[in-house]
Design a binder for this molecule. Structure first.
Ligand code: DLL
Length: 436
């Protein structure tokens, strides 16, 4: 089944024409409503009249996360506040999160695109579907939720946490579909096994997994242990949230909702566009967004695009799996974490030297974050001779980290001079998660 064959199966020529028209419109819209873009376009001597076909996109400036941060909170918003009906936020590198406002039409487009994804996974009105992405500022929960409702399946807003209760609901309600991070899916499988519930006792058959990188062998393991078929779901808050691209039954790349989000791949250093098939940085232009439209937004995600025809009948360009990022952003339990966020917390506390190490691991299929920090000599000699002081300081740092990162970190204090110094670039992160 295809949710919107008119758009998902459009001929390539029709799609390009539609994209060209929409690009002209969105450029005119931001030119008139967002001083940041008007200034950038004027600097480049480009007016909306210069943008008539989708190829003209190359005349437009790029937008980066730094631009969003510099214009915090609402500087890139194009619609008046009275038209904004929802606001989400995602982590920035330091301090300010990225704020994204949506108009009623944006929420409609998001739900529509999310319904396209779910239909491609084989979800129908007859399914009972658990949304186990976090509900809140993160786009995963509410984004998937609206898509399930729009499609007409029964949504169970389980969110994250209380996994045993979740397992019981899966069994008792006959839940047949689930959306969550791939690592949470594995944790769920493990919890289920511990509770003595077998995959034969549940009816799960479809999983929509994303928000973090995952691999074919993780897919196999999840499928085997939960007895379902797992599909990739990709998206990012700045562009919309989950729904930007989705796998179909062929599972050979993810179809991009290209009538709303125009993809390009660029070389991350030269910023030159790269041809189909080459790995580079993924860039999106929102073609229809009203709240916060973005021109050529650099996602920092590395992947390639494919334009060969897909046997499923959809004609949209597909993207391969995300192979890494061109910045230092880490994704831990689906939450974006920048080492610089940890650094700013460490530096704000006089007890610590600016020496820290983030150790990320995956234990029992759940990501863990340990932060090792060196205590300054003066605090170490004066106060560290009794254990209570160490524990209090560890807790103080752990609490601060939690409030900044939104995930818990295990803190380990180190005596002065014991975190290894490197000869070349300092190493602040050890990621032990092996994505096989
Ligand atoms: O993670 C939106 C989302 C929610 C997508 C639920 C899918 C499912 P952000 O928090 O803004 O938004 O993080 C976006 O997460 O740039 C990628 O680096 C990474 N990411 C998202 N989906 C995938 C995926 C949501 N399927 C960042 N595979 C993106 C690999 C993914 N990485």
């Amino acid at each position: 089944m295809i949710w919107n064959p008119n758009k998902e199966c459009m001929s390539r020529d029709e799609m390009s024409a539609l994209q060209g028209r929409r690009l002209h419109k969105i450029v005119a819209y931001v030119y008139h409503n967002v001083p940041f873009y008007r200034n950038k376009l004027q600097e480049m001597d480009v007016t909306p009249d210069d943008i008539n076909t989708i190829e003209d996109i190359r005349k437009l400036p790029f937008t980066t996360k730094q631009d969003l941060r510099d214009n915090y909170p609402f500087g890139l918003q194009a619609a008046p506040q009275s038209e904004i009906i929802r606001i989400h936020a995602s982590s920035g590198t330091t301090g300010n999160p990225t704020i994204v406002g949506y108009t009623r039409k944006d929420i409609g487009v998001w739900s529509e695109c999310m319904s396209r994804c779910l239909t491609a996974y084989g979800v129908t009105r007859d399914d009972t579907f658990s949304v186990a992405y976090g509900y809140g500022l993160f786009t995963g929960g509410l984004g998937a939720h609206y898509g399930v409702e729009n499609l007409g399946a029964s949504v169970v807003p389980t969110s994250t946490g209380n996994t045993e209760k979740h397992v019981r609901l899966i069994r008792d309600l006959g839940i047949s579909g689930i959306a969550c991070t791939p690592s949470y899916a594995l944790y769920l499988a493990e919890t289920m096994e511990k509770m003595g519930i077998t995959k034969e006792q549940i009816k799960l058959r479809v999983g929509a997994f994303g928000a973090e990188p995952w691999t074919e062998s993780m897919r196999e393991e999840i499928q085997k242990r939960l007895g379902l078929k797992g599909y990739n779901l990709y998206g990012l808050s700045e562009i919309m949230g989950p729904c930007v691209s989705y796998e179909c039954s062929e599972q050979n790349g993810s179809h991009i909702c290209e009538d709303h989000f125009y993809p390009e791949i660029i070389h991350p250093d030269t910023l030159e566009p790269l041809p189909y098939g080459q790995v580079g940085e993924l860039v999106f232009t929102t073609l229809t967004k009203e709240g916060m439209p973005l021109l050529r937004y650099r996602t920092k995600d590395l992947c390639s695009l494919m334009d060969d025809t897909c046997p499923c009948g959809r004609t949209s360009v597909r993207m391969g799996r995300i192979m890494g990022r061109s910045d230092d952003m880490l994704i831990i339990r689906g939450i974006n974490v920048f080492p610089s966020q940890v650094e700013s917390v460490v530096l704000s506390m006089p007890e610590f030297a600016p020496r820290y190490l983030l150790i990320i691991d995956r234990i029992n299929n759940l990501d863990t974050l340990q932060v090792q920090v060196e205590v300054r000599q003066e605090y170490f000699t004066q106060e560290m001779d009794n254990l209570g002081a160490i524990e209090r300081l560890e807790k103080k740092l752990a609490d601060k980290l939690k409030s900044v990162l939104s995930i818990s970190a295990k803190v380990q204090l180190k005596p002065p001079g014991t975190i290894e110094r490197s000869q070349g670039k300092s190493k602040f992160v050890i990621d032990k998660r092996v994505l096989k």
